[in-house]
Design a protein around this ligand. Structure first.
Ligand SMILES: C[S@@+](CC[C@H](N)C(=O)[O-])C[C@H]1O[C@@H](n2cnc3c(N)ncnc32)[C@H](O)[C@@H]1O
Length: 218
């Protein structure tokens, strides 16, 4: 899959797939968007000291990196499972500029997330362990195990199958009761599907450049 590097409005970069006309993050700011939707409306809202997160998909590793920094800052233990079918190349990883926005001493942590082998628990810090699944979201098969789902798939117009009721049911089943799923997508058909599989929805203000986002509660 051909991917191009694009600078977003907050200066952090993202990837663009011309074939799909799809970006990995908001062009209004990649770090800004991830922080708003997944860290603040996800982890900080949930607010417990020992949490398990399921991400779809790993991509640039930005969400994982921000979650790792948040875990250290708030001294909460995070077990982070993430699925990815089309991993970045080492060259693409090397072009991501996210660590420029944080303490230079943390640069190595971003690389360690990418270097972590697939298919096993890999402790990165004393607060954050990652388990990367090199697999299709189809293979998500957990039962009431996770506190939070970061639902960060490509948009439903591009990959409708990933937002279907059968796929969303997998993520619903993977969550514990009261667990939450956060996503940037507020499309009507997605809201309908989320409600149908059992979620209660809360529309929240979106990150800059986007009016709304969704938090779905089991
Ligand atoms: C919108 S991007 C977000 C990536 C990531 N969260 C980040 O911060 O860079 C969607 C990701 O889902 C991955 N993906 C798309 N279809 C997939 C599938 N069927 N199974 C697993 N991963 C998939 C893509 O390769 C991409 O990395």
């Amino acid at each position: 899959m051909h991917r191009e590097i694009v600078i977003t409005e907050d200066g952090s970069n993202t990837l663009y797939i011309p074939e799909l006309n799809e970006h990995y993050h908001s062009i209004h700011g990649a770090i800004q968007e991830s922080t708003h939707i997944f860290i603040k409306a996800g982890i900080e809202y949930y607010g417990q000291n020992n949490i398990r997160i399921l991400e779809a998909g790993f991509g640039t590793g930005l969400n994982a990196f921000l979650a790792l920094l948040e875990a250290r800052e708030s001294q909460r233990k995070v077990m982070f499972h993430t699925f990815e079918k089309y991993p970045l190349t080492p060259q693409e990883i090397g072009c991501m500029n996210y660590t420029d926005y944080f303490d230079p001493a943390d640069t190595l942590l971003f690389q360690q997330l990418h270097d972590a082998p697939w298919g096993e628990d890999v402790p990165i810090t004393s607060y954050f362990t990652i388990h990367k699944h090199k697999a299709d979201f189809e293979e998500v098969n957990f039962h009431e195990y996770f506190d939070i789902v970061f639902f960060d798939a490509f948009a439903p117009d591009v990959q409708p199958r990933l937002w279907s009721e059968s796929m969303l049911t997998k993520f619903y089943t993977a969550l514990k009761p009261e667990g939450i799923l956060t996503t940037y997508c507020v499309k009507g058909t997605v809201k309908q599907a989320l409600r149908k599989v059992g979620f209660n929805l809360k529309r929240l203000p979106g990150p800059p450049g986007k009016r709304e986002m969704l938090r779905a509660v089991k």
